[in-house]
Design a protein around this ligand. Structure first.
Ligand SMILES: NC(=O)c1ccc[n+]([C@@H]2O[C@H](COP(=O)([O-])OP(=O)(O)OC[C@H]3O[C@@H](n4cnc5c(N)ncnc54)[C@H](OP(=O)(O)O)[C@@H]3O)[C@@H](O)[C@H]2O)c1
Length: 252
């Protein structure tokens, strides 16, 4: 694999993927909204790792933004063989109390954008019989926890099916389901994280490391860190009201 396209690549988990993949010699296509920050991240990665970095300024909660990135994925020139569907954000309040227009923008960013980009990537990768897609979901996918967890559950389910469907033809699909990761996510969403114990926080580096190792192992779902594998097993099998009560802490 030679070229990766990463959405939300200027901060947090997306930036971690960009840094590690560049370190491994991959050329990159980076996507985010803030053009200045994109240019600065791109210069830094090029100078530190000697790879080629393209940038695309796109708001992935808009149709135009999705189309810009889908067009790049469909291009046969300098094809992309790894898509990391990562861009995301959260809302500070529970569904039913939020502005429904904000919920719809979230749905577009967390569900419609990965769907549209996966479609473009699969159509480009399957004829080449080569490629991989990482959909950044969340451990929240396994808990009843409002619209955020519902969006992430959609991604996990679709990824599991897509991996079964397309991996025999050489295209892998994996959902990445981290617990709490130290990034800009919670501050941007104005979330109160004071109830989260220190042991629950993961580093971006460890999440990216585990995700790439799980992709190489052929996993369809990656849950970084043993403690979160145990929590995910609990969430899958315990009664929904108990899981929902535990999951109310924090906003992930
Ligand atoms: N942090 C956690 O605890 C955690 C846990 C589980 C899963 N996740 C998931 O991991 C993914 C990355 O989150 P993170 O924690 O790394 O967040 P982050 O640190 O806030 O970074 C978000 C990145 O996405 C970009 N972005 C945000 N909205 C966008 C939009 N509308 N269009 C295009 N790009 C956009 C941001 O750049 P611009 O603002 O310039 O666009 C930035 O590069 C998300 O899908 C999140 O749901 C996070």
């Amino acid at each position: 694999m030679t070229r990766a396209l990463i959405t939300g690549a200027t901060a947090g988990i997306g930036h971690g993927f960009a840094d590690e993949l560049a370190r491994r010699g991959r050329d990159l296509v980076l996507v985010a909204r803030d053009a200045e920050r994109l240019a600065s991240v791109s210069r830094d990665l090029e100078s530190r790792h000697g790879v080629r970095v393209e940038t695309l300024v796109a708001d992935l909660s808009s149709r135009d933004g999705m189309q810009t990135v889908a067009d790049r994925l469909a291009s046969a020139e300098a094809p992309v063989d790894l898509l990391v569907n990562n861009a995301g954000s959260g809302l500070p309040d529970w569904f039913g109390t939020t502005d429904v227009a904000a919920e719809e923008r979230q749905l577009d960013l967390l569900v419609r954008a990965p769907l549209v980009l996966m479609d473009a990537a699969l159509k480009s990768m399957t004829p080449r019989q080569n490629g991989a897609i990482i959909n950044v979901a969340s451990l929240a996918a396994f808990t009843p926890r409002g619209t955020y967890s519902a969006s992430k559950a959609y991604l996990v389910n679709l990824s599991q099916w897509a991996d079964l469907q397309y991996s025999p033809g050489g295209v892998r699909v994996m959902a990445l389901c981290p617990g709490f990761v130290r990034t800009e996510f919670h501050e941007r969403g104005q979330m109160d994280m004071s109830g989260i114990k220190p042991w629950m926080w993961l580093s971006v580096e460890s999440v990216v490391h585990d995700a790439l190792a799980d992709l190489e192992r052929g996993r369809a779902v990656s849950i970084p860190a043993r403690r979160y594998k145990i929590l995910a097993a609990f969430a899958r099998h315990a009664p929904a009201p108990i899981v929902a009560r535990q999951a109310r802490r924090g906003r992930e």
